[in-house]
Design a protein around this ligand. Structure first.
Ligand code: FAD
Ligand code: FES
Length: 272
């Protein structure tokens, strides 16, 4: 029997790790799923009985078939309870949902990832996809911004990413005695880093205030709107296009997104 779209699958937490003050990493065991095949940029609905569900991005490599990585920021009722769960405990999971980034369409291009804060979570699965399929892409550059160096995610992976040829550029909003790198908003990187913006595909995920200013930079550089992909965050309920909770006009972020091109979004004021 196939897993039901609506019924959370009881899923064991294999490993947890506190990454920052607000973010916790979870490695989940997928053995209760008949099949789980995800694309970079897709999400799952995480359920805690009696509390509810929330959409959470998949942070792991699509080639890892038995486990799934999530990173959860403690912001509300469900995520607060998730932060109290430890190795060996269970939660409910439905998915994978959403369209993800069109990695096939982006073949033979330079890729630029622009991530703000927790926006790096879904893009980590793009980074891993790139590393497994490097011959299909020209290059990968990352612009990643966080408020402080204490909030940077996946810090123990940066050296590997760089060794494997990824051009990683990080900036933090405020100076800190423990930080020697770039300081300033993520948009400051656009003038500091030499990059072929016109011949590239740009993948953006972060808070709305960030992507508004990032879009202005890309428009200034005349990047075609069809080459800009944004992953949107919306309040969701069903995750499968039935409840209209996540609607943008006649489209649904849960099934038509969360990834949209700027070409699609630019005349939809309510989306941006
Ligand atoms: C596609 C997608 C992917 C996502 N990926 C991730 C991810 O990888 N990691 C992650 O941590 N999050 C992710 N999110 C965000 C996450 O789903 C939300 O933060 C979710 O609401 C958390 O659920 P909660 O029950 O803990 O929070 P909630 O209790 O729903 O609260 C969430 C926020 O809303 C505010 N809020 C709650 N109720 C009200 C109210 N009545 N009025 C005003 N404000 C209110 C809270 O203060 C809080 O800031 C993603 C969202 C989407 C759509
Ligand atoms: S969350 Fe129900 S339609 Fe998108």
């Amino acid at each position: 029997m196939k897993n039901s779209l609506y019924l959370p699958v009881k899923t064991k937490i294999l490993k947890t790790k506190k990454l920052t003050e607000l973010e916790k990493y979870f490695q989940l065991d997928l053995s209760n799923f008949k099949k789980f095949d995800h694309k970079p940029g897709q999400f799952v609905q995480v359920a805690i009985p009696g509390v509810g569900e929330a959409p959470i991005s998949i942070a792991s490599d699509k080639n890892k078939k038995n486990t799934l990585d999530l990173v959860v920021r403690n912001v509300g009722s469900l995520t607060n309870l998730m932060h109290k769960l430890e190795d060996g405990e269970y939660l409910g999971l439905r998915g994978p949902f959403g369209n993800g980034f069109p990695m096939e369409e982006m073949k033979n291009s330079n890729l630029l990832i622009v991530a703000g804060g927790i926006g790096l979570v879904p893009l980590r699965s793009v980074i891993q996809f790139y590393l497994n399929n490097k011959k299909n892409y020209r290059s990968l550059t990352i612009f990643y911004g966080a408020k402080t160096d204490k909030e940077l995610l996946f810090t123990d992976e940066y050296e590997t990413w760089k060794t494997k040829g990824i051009n990683l550029n990080i900036t933090i909003d405020r100076e800190s005695p423990t930080w020697k790198g770039n300081v300033g908003l993520i948009t400051t990187l656009f003038n500091k880093i030499d990059f072929d913006y016109l011949g590239s595909k740009i993948l953006i995920c972060g808070p709305p205030v960030m992507y508004k200013f990032v879009l202005l930079e890309l428009i200034k550089k005349a990047v075609p709107a069809k080459n800009i992909y944004l992953s949107l965050e919306r309040q969701m309920k069903c995750g499968v296009g039935k409840c209209a909770h996540c609607a943008i006009g006649s489209y649904h972020v849960c099934i038509d997104g969360p990834v949209f091109t700027y070409e699609f979004l630019k005349d939809k004021v309510e989306a941006l």
